[in-house]
Each structure stands twice: as structure tokens, then as C-alpha cells.
Design a protein around this ligand. Structure first.
Ligand code: MG
Length: 265
């Protein structure tokens, strides 16, 4: 028997994906049960992820295969948010360079941009597992010529198998070092993804909770957006951030109970 934490009956939830709903390709069973239950109870929820290498449709398919009910319009990726941010700063139909996965290219094309590798208005960078010296040099040339620099997220490392792989932040750092230009980054811990999720849910920030397994991304993004935050200890152990703590800490999502429920599970 674990302790129970009460959430208000009108709570809405904005949740991270990796480390909360699954670890890599393995679903987290307590999370599957919790989200199924919230779905049945009509608790509004949306997901926010710094991962720019899949589309919202691909994430929805992955969650649905794990029996977590969700539609693609409730999934906010760093690709979608950075593309919106670039569109707010430079005109549609502009030429932009993309260093990243096909999902990032698709998000930029959906905003009306032309993808090119020279004479570009912006360089937009996410995790690119085919990153090369040539791409680094193309980005350097574009930035030295005055292009704006945007990044999906600054994650330095990502859980990978039993170890880690470099995150998008490693690639951003290489390009920043080569060009002397610092990127505008929209992923967590910035609040941009959370703001978009709030817009999609139409929920009140006062009763919306940010749920995640990492303090330096999820909890900080939730706090930056003015939400109360829940840290769940089902992911890789979180790195501590001095002075930053979640409002609620749980071992699994089964510890969260809506205030009008007598027993949840
Ligand atoms: Mg996570």
C-alpha cells in the first residue's frame, strides 16, 4: 500500500513521455493504468516531449500500442513548437536550413518554409543522428552570414539502452562554438511546450499539473509556465537542481487520486 496524493477533481495533466509513460520501448504499467483511468474519468491530459525525432502521429501510435488512449492533437513535440516559433519570427516561404530528423523537416514544411542548405534566413536544429562535419560547416556559414539560430531543445544526453547517447544540446553546442551564435531554444525547461499544451487543453493553469521524471526539464518548464508540478520516480534518476523542487513527488502514478474518488485502484 502506497501513500495517496489528492489532486483536485477538476485537475488537468500535462505530462512528459519518456520516463513517465514508457522507458524506451517498454511501457510503464502503472502509468498505463493511470492514464486509462484518467481517460475513463474524463481528466483532460496532453503530452509534451523534447524529442523532435518523431511526429505527434508516431507518438500517438506508440502510446496507443501500449494501450494509453491519446490522439495526435494532444501531443506537443519540440519540432512543432520550434517551427511555430520560427514562423513567428520570419516570414513563411523563407528558406531555412534544418539539421534534424524528418519529423523536424516536416514540421518546418508544414509552416510553409522552404528547406535549403544555403542562402537561408534561419538554421533550425534538433537531434540528428546523421550529423556530420559538413552539416556543422554549412550551419556555421549560414550563421556567420546572419541567419537566425533555433534549437528544439538543449538536452545534453539521452537514455539509450543501458547507457546514454548525445542529445540535441550536444549538436547545438558544436554549432554555437563554431559560429559564436547562441541558439533560441524552445524545448523544456523553457515553458513554450507547456504553453502550447495549455492552449490545446483549454485548461486553467491553477488546476493544471505538470508531470515529469526530470527536474531540470519537466519540473522547471512547469514552474516557468506557472503550474504546480509532480515528479514521478519511474524514469532515470533525476539530476538535482539547487533550489528547484517539485510540489509533489510520487513513486508511481497510482499514488495520484482525484479528490472525489474514495479509492482509485
Ligand atoms: Mg522524461
Amino acid at each position: 500500500m502506497t501513500s495517496q496524493v489528492m489532486l483536485p477533481s477538476n485537475a488537468a495533466i500535462i505530462s512528459d513521455l519518456d520516463g513517465v509513460t514508457y522507458r524506451g520501448d517498454a511501457p510503464i504499467p502503472t502509468a498505463v493504468r493511470a492514464f486509462q483511468h484518467w481517460h475513463e474519468q474524463g481528466v483532460p491530459y496532453a503530452f509534451v516531449t523534447n524529442n523532435s525525432t518523431k511526429t505527434a502521429e508516431e507518438f500517438a501510435d506508440k502510446l496507443n500500442r501500449m494501450a494509453i488512449p491519446v490522439t495526435p492533437d494532444r501531443i506537443v513535440t519540440s519540432s512543432l513548437v520550434v517551427a511555430r516559433r520560427v514562423r513567428a519570427e520570419i516570414p513563411a516561404a523563407s528558406r531555412v536550413m534544418v539539421i534534424g530528423a524528418p519529423s523536424l523537416v516536416g514540421a518546418m514544411e508544414a509552416q510553409g518554409f522552404q528547406i535549403a542548405d544555403k542562402d537561408v534566413r534561419a538554421v533550425v536544429v534538433g537531434l540528428d543522428r546523421a550529423f556530420t562535419f559538413e552539416k556543422l560547416q554549412q550551419a556555421q556559414s549560414a550563421l556567420l552570414a546572419g541567419a537566425s539560430f533555433f534549437g528544439t531543445n538543449a538536452d545534453r544526453m539521452l537514455p539509450h539502452g543501458l547507457g546514454y547517447e548525445p542529445g540535441a544540446g550536444s549538436i547545438l553546442a558544436a554549432i554555437e562554438t563554431a559560429s559564436g551564435v547562441a541558439p533560441i531554444v524552445t524545448g523544456k525547461p523553457q515553458p513554450d511546450l507547456v504553453h502550447m499544451a495549455l492552449e490545446i487543453l483549454g485548461s486553467d493553469p491553477a488546476t493544471t499539473f505538470m508531470l515529469g521524471d526530470q527536474i531540470e526539464t519537466d519540473i522547471m518548464a512547469g514552474q516557468a509556465a506557472g503550474l504546480r508540478t509532480i515528479l514521478v520516480r519511474t524514469g532515470v534518476p533525476p539530476r538535482e537542481v539547487p533550489g528547484v523542487a517539485a510540489d509533489i513527488v510520487v513513486e508511481s502514478l497510482l499514488e495520484l487520486t482525484l479528490s472525489w474518488e474514495r479509492t482509485l485502484f
